[in-house]
Design a protein around this ligand. Sequence first.
Ligand SMILES: [Zn+2]
Length: 246
Amino acid sequence: MLNYVESCLNVLEAGKKIYLDFISPIHCQICNSQCGDNQIIFRLCNQCFYSLDYSPDKEHLLNSIYSKKKGDDSALSSISSYAELTSDSNVELLIYALKYDYCSRIGFDFGKILGMKIANDSTYSTIDLIVPVPLHAARIRERTYNQSLYIAKGIQEIIHKRIENTCLQRIMYSGSQTLLNVSERSSNMSDTIFKVNNKDRIHNASILLVDDIFTTGATLEACANTLLLEGASCVHGITIASAPLR
Ligand SMILES: [Zn+2]
């Protein structure tokens, strides 16, 4: 009897999927083709996923922050990213959907890819906590969710570390970074933009700091500076995508 009910439910579920695929098919955010059943990333066909350009390795990304800081040490112990924002890969279309089109699942799916990328890398073996880069409360009201939290949840699915979502807070509304050039972005991101609410939660912790895009590194650096000043032992940055290095 139980098997019969289970088969009926499976048939209903399959019927619902056929109906939804017919009335609202899911299309790839990049090439607009209809996505199949086994897509790795929501709203990205697997062909486009495998065509994404890889980001430079973590040493090159970290060096790009060093060079912008004119020889000073970076607050970040490492920075890692999956895809490079090139005109060929069009990955910014995906990031746009994640940030502005209520597609939080893109963040979760990419988070799992990032989790797999670092799971067997000894650089990340000491991670204690996952911290998403916070949005200002006004920005949360506009967008209704923080895309970095969903990326963090995907990473957590793989590496099984605690997400600390409230200890780091963005206290200054820094405006949109989209229209600023590189030096304007850096100067728009001072270390006083963030604060830590409960130092005990990050005391002596090795932190994986999560954001959607690495552009100048200014946002991740400002967060890392604040976390280190308030007692974290080290901060590693990780993002879905990185801008081409200059
Ligand atoms: Zn596609």
